[in-house]
Design a protein around this ligand. Structure first.
Ligand code: NDP
Length: 398
């Protein structure tokens, strides 16, 4: 018997509930709670149309630890899966500490008033989780998440030492809107308007937003223009990969997306400081979010594929070696299976697999973990059969 509590009924939460309901022998009971209870109920009804499942729904404001504590005490889950926003990470972790329940999330904490994500806030919980005898698994989506697992797999099964890693996230999906973001617009725009940063020989090198770019031939997608960005997995991977000299993260953007973003930035619509508007304080980025299409509504209209993977160079048995490991996910196939497009799917499936690893005891520990610190093999095996098959190509320098 394993009951899970999933907090956050957006695109990612929806996929997690769908996938958990496909494995009832592990996820015997599911509680889905979010700020807007009707969104939980909608997901529940979508699933019940496909199969029977033990799903309960509830309302919760996860910014308030006592509300989350009360919800956990009422339902007594084995694990809390956080698919709300990064702003709720610490309040939910506090509730897990108080109740002694394991925790999993897909994005690292970011203070609402400062567009800066860093693991320091969550890593600071290491001793508290250890002393309480519970486990927190951080960043178990695709990137971060599967990209970290790909690196752990490379380190364990392919290399004696890894020299460089390039994580490449390409999306050739088309939703037909002039401008929309594929996941929460506020989080997405904060991320892409930040300065770029990569790790090189023990130091962080900062770049202007979107300043470094190149064309990448993505398998099954074709040529994609990819841009160097800072991304949270760089912070943990540069600590956890042996011999690493350089790690960078690249993401594809269409010219149309970048032009819209530039105009929005130029007129101040992406700002996070409150402004006065007709006697009220509003945050421009939150107002913009209210105007943009809800990412969950993109599912039925998005066509095309994503390709996310890692190009890893290093040394094996004294020889220079390169590994390219990636997954291709089709937006329409993801929608057919889970009522959500591939960005939510590629995030929700790894969160579900991570939860399964923890509930089955294949991943266990006391304290706070990034996914690359755990055995990648069972997770890589599950990816193959749970909707995110990966492909790898290897070449040796002769
Ligand atoms: P959505 O905005 O679609 O969903 C977020 C959900 O959380 C909404 O249902 C929202 O409720 C709920 N929520 C927000 N605040 C609270 C609160 N205080 N209490 C309770 N519920 C709350 O986002 P996504 O599903 O697209 O993304 C979810 C998470 O996944 C984000 O943290 C995002 O950063 C992460 N992510 C990770 C990726 C990865 O690969 N690692 C990739 C993509 C996303 P309401 O509907 O009422 O607003």
């Amino acid at each position: 018997m394993s009951k899970v509590l999933i907090i956050g009924a957006g695109g990612v939460g929806g996929v997690v509930v769908h996938k958990c309901s496909q494995v009832p022998d592990v996820f015997t009971n599911i509680v889905l709670a979010s700020r807007t209870p009707s969104k939980c109920e909608k997901i529940k009804q979508q699933i019940l149309k496909r199969r029977s499942a033990n799903i309960e729904t509830a309302g919760v404001d996860a910014d308030k630890t006592p509300e989350v504590v009360a919800l956990i005490k009422k339902h007594n889950p084995k694990l809390v899966i956080n698919t709300a926003l990064p702003y709720q990470d610490l309040t939910i972790m506090d509730a897990c500490l108080e109740t002694g329940v394991d925790y999993l999330d897909t994005a690292n904490y970011e203070p609402p008033g400062e567009a800066k994500f860093e693991y320091k806030w969550q890593w600071a919980y290491q001793n508290k989780f250890k002393e309480r005898g519970i486990m927190a698994l951080l960043g178990c989506g695709f990137d971060p998440g599967v990209t970290n697992i790909f690196c752990a797999h490379a380190q364990k099964n392919h290399f004696d030492s890894i020299r460089t890693v390039d994580i490449i996230d390409c999306n050739a999906g088309n939703h037909g809107h002039a401008f929309a973001t594929n996941f929460n617009p506020e989080i997405n725009i904060r991320e892409v308007t930040a300065k770029g940063k990569y790790w090189d020989k023990g130091k962080w090198v900062e770049t202007e937003p979107m300043a470094l770019h190149k064309t990448f031939e993505a398998p099954e997608l074709g040529p994609m223009e990819i841009y160097l960005m800072y991304h949270e997995e760089l912070e943990s991977l540069c600590r956890n990969l042996k011999g690493l000299e350089r790690i960078r993260f690249w993401m594809s953007f269409s010219q149309n997306y970048l032009t819209h973003l530039k105009v929005l930035q130029n007129v101040g619509m992406t700002g996070i400081d409150p402004i006065d508007f007709q006697g009220q304080k509003i945050i421009p980025l939150q107002f913009l979010k209210a105007l943009l299409p809800d990412p969950a509504s993109l599912g039925p209209r998005t066509k095309g594929k994503t390709n996310i993977g890692c190009i890893i160079e290093g040394v094996k048995d004294g020889k220079a070696k390169e590994l390219y490991v990636y997954n291709v996910c089709d937006h329409e196939d993801a929608y057919k299976e889970t009522d959500h497009q591939a960005i939510s799917y590629t995030t929700g499936v790894p969160a579900f697999i991570g939860a399964m690893m923890m509930l089955q005891g294949k991943w266990k520990g006391q304290g706070v973990f990034n996914v690359e610190q755990l055995n990648p093999d069972p997770f890589m095996g599950e990816l193959l059969v749970r909707g995110l098959p990966w492909i790898e190509t290897v070449s040796f320098d002769t």
